[in-house]
Design a protein around this ligand. Structure first.
Ligand SMILES: Cc1cc2nc3c(=O)[nH]c(=O)nc-3n(C[C@H](O)[C@H](O)[C@H](O)COP(=O)(O)OP(=O)(O)OC[C@H]3O[C@@H](n4cnc5c(N)ncnc54)[C@H](O)[C@@H]3O)c2cc1C
Length: 304
């Protein structure tokens, strides 16, 4: 009689993965929307070697894999996802400053990077203090606020290809666009980034951080579970303005609600499901298309 196939956990351990492994781990607690069923296997690498081992293992076994940062731009299916989810947060999180250059690991918190830069009197990342992602997620998404974008401050990105090859891409090679980059369409792991900043007055830079953070608290429901902006900015307009003008503030499906404070934020008011979020998005998109002829494009990424 043949012996049963080893579990994903056992077989990943067998190739030398040393980090944490959590089979059938519910993903809702790992997202800011607090939605999502289990990952077949959630893995927290202990370092780059673990990532190299995991990617080779996934390739050889034909196992689908994904990267999870702080889960602040994700909607995860209620049924969860197959395969491996590699969580890079609070690992690979070193922040180093060398003159006007700041280098941070992918798992570092983007707000922590912004605060470190400000404390050292380095300008260029004040906008990032209110973006609750990791450096990896911010680079991939080219996260931004008003006229500021992550990509504008990037000098280089340290990138791991699925075959284990590690490369450094300069700013131009990253192909940053509005809320996007090369890394959205190129499989691999962002390991870290170097930001080119400008020396300035620490008190003034710090004051700007406070000013932006206060502005967010006044205009966005930052203390409620959300994914930030659900939709990208349509040409010449704002998704929030259109949703508000369509009288959709407060519209609800299950426990998911269009924020009354900022209509491009949908709030999980309790036990909202992915199905609730999708149904509310469908309603909002249909109403806005019908009333204004604008097709809203989702910024939040859907995992199924
Ligand atoms: C209250 C709130 C406010 C927000 N405000 C803003 C804002 O002002 N501007 C803005 O742009 N966004 C904003 N967001 C959205 C979100 O914070 C950003 O998109 C953020 O950059 C996502 O980072 P993350 O680590 O959470 O990535 P995740 O949501 O975990 O992942 C996003 C994508 O990046 C990929 N990824 C993550 N890490 C890596 C890695 N190391 N290597 C390769 N791929 C990786 C994932 O696979 C996924 O495709 C907000 C969200 C919330 C909840």
């Amino acid at each position: 009689m043949s012996s049963p196939a080893p579990s994903l956990t056992d077989s990943l351990r067998a190739v030398g993965f040393r980090g944490e492994l959590r089979p059938h781990e519910p993903l809702a607690p790992y997202t800011t929307w607090q939605i999502g069923g289990p990952a077949e296997l959630l893995a927290v690498p202990s370092g780059v070697d673990d990532l190299v081992a995991a990617l080779a293992w996934a390739a050889s076994g034909g196992i689908p894999w994904r990267l999870l940062g702080n889960g602040s731009n994700l909607l995860i299916h209620d049924q969860g996802v197959r395969g491996l989810v590699l969580r890079v947060r609070k690992v690979l999180d070193e922040i180093k400053v060398d003159g006007p250059r700041l280098t941070a690991g992918a798992g570092a918190s983007f707000p922590a990077v912004a605060r470190t830069a400000a404390a050292r009197g380095l300008a260029g990342l004040q906008f990032a203090a209110g973006i609750p992602g990791t450096v990896g997620g911010a680079v991939v998404m080219n996260a931004g606020w008003h006229q500021f974008e992550t990509g504008n401050a990037i000098v280089a990105v340290d990138f791991l290809q699925p075959d284990g090859h590690r490369t450094t891409l300069d700013h131009d090679q990253c192909a940053f666009i509005y809320r996007g980059s090369l890394f959205q369409r190129t499989p691999g792991v962002v390991l870290g980034a170097t930001f080119g900043l400008k020396a300035g007055n620490p008190a003034l830079i710090q004051a700007e951080v406070e000013q932006y953070t206060t502005a967010r608290k006044l205009n966005q429901p930052v203390d409620r579970p959300s994914c930030g902006s659900v939709y990208l900015k349509p040409a010449g307009d704002f998704a929030g303005r259109l949703i508000d003008a369509a009288s959709l503030k407060g519209r609800r499906v299950g426990a998911m609600e269009v924020s009354r404070l900022h209509a491009n934020f949908f709030i999980n008011t309790g036990d909202a499901t992915c199905a609730d979020a999708l149904a509310l998005m469908d309603q909002v998109e249909q109403e806005v298309a019908m009333q204004f002829g604008v097709e809203l494009v989702r910024e939040v990424e859907f995992w199924q």
